[in-house]
Design a protein around this ligand. Sequence first.
Ligand code: FES
Length: 112
Amino acid sequence: MNAGSKWFDVCAEADLPPGACRAVDADGIQIAVFNVDGGYYAIENLCSHEQETLSTGELAGCEVTCPRHGARFSVITGAALCEPAEEPVATFAVRVANGVVQVGSDRIYFDE
Ligand code: FES
């Protein structure tokens, strides 16, 4: 986390079971937080194709499918896995503090 970065509460751990997703607004940044087999991952909640909300997409394993045109993204790396999306989405750090899932406000891009 960089100076000036912040952590934002998402929900209690119990409210984000495996296979679930929660959306959060972190000072204007829309973030979707997923539980994949007990691990928490966060990506920007805007499809890189035409800005659809990814938190309403279907999660299968570590991949979420955009509900508008079907692009798939890795919720771990943010990589676009199929067309029509060609650009990745940002990821964010996730932590648990006192039983509360939190996301960091810094966008993180993985090299592809
Ligand atoms: S808006 Fe997500 S695939 Fe088109």
